[in-house]
Design a protein around this ligand. Sequence first.
Ligand code: ADP
Ligand code: F6P
Length: 324
Amino acid sequence: MLMKKIAVLTSGGDSQGMNAAIYAVVRMALDNGLEVVGIEDGYQGLIAGSVVPMNAKSVDGIIHRGGTVLRTSRCLAMKTDEGQNKAYKTLVDNNIDGLVVIGGDGSFQGAKILATKFGVLTMGIPGTIDNDLAYTDFTLGFDSAVNAVMQTIKMLRDTMSCNERSCVVEVMGRNCGDIALHAGITSAAEMIIVPEVRCSFEEVVARLKYNLEHGKKDNIVVLAEGAGKAVEMEAKLKQALPINLRSMVVGHLQRGGDASYADRLLGVRMGEHAVQCLLDGKTSRVVGIRHDVIIDEDIVEALSKRKSFDLNLYNLANRLVNSY
Ligand code: ADP
Ligand code: F6P
């Protein structure tokens, strides 16, 4: 099919780097002589028909910005036949030949349905801070989120240290411990707790007890949200140990702020690749990066893969702080 007009949308949890990808999709589409439109508010806008024309100017000055200029949503209706039919109708009514979906695994499920049920030519770009997609080494936003958590812990350490206080720091990631692991090791956190590796409460108590007894009073425990709640752990630890302790949830701050250099570059490279795939007649695929090479893979295959956890890095993180 000759590609004349493509659309781009962002869906699910926003992430830094989504704007860089939108920028590249729009500019590369135009550079290839395609018409390009944006769908606002993710699948909600696709169902409602919120289609806006995009030109070179629409993406001026957005490459660095967090969030997404097209806005995003979690849209339950996209999981229903009625919603999916409406979404497809918007594409047909607007003569859209190809669709680029920027989002996480949930958003990719929506893209998969549009591709398999209606034959829509779709490409996915992984935009989520969670880094929870198995087929790609990195997702857009992960690097920026890790940097935001590192910055937060750095600031926390100032006040925790001078009060000889410890702190449990809860970070995002859903069921994936990558943000906790990467921010934890690069912040020299005394403990990193992730859903992928079993760690009993007794082990946490034992480690903190050992540290306190050896003069380490300002411990940072990075807790992935998939492994527990900081406020609950704080309460339990205070019962179990004589410890000066606080807790904090980094929350949505780790999803905001400018995209890092890595996420901007990744967004641009992935955006370009998605457009090129559509032009080459490749479809129902998702873009990723492996060993610094931009790749594309069948969406069904990619979604069926199970993410593996970097145990070597996790073990290294532990060894670095074992010898206190
Ligand atoms: P993310 O894309 O970041 O993983 P979500 O899991 O919230 O975020 O998914 C984003 C949106 O993708 C959902 O709100 C919904 O509109 C759509 N979606 C998720 N799962 C499915 C599904 N199984 N079928 C159709 N659409 C889905
Ligand atoms: O998937 C991205 C993410 O930020 C997760 O890390 C987190 O659990 C969730 O979204 C938060 O969702 P919301 O923005 O709807 O509170």
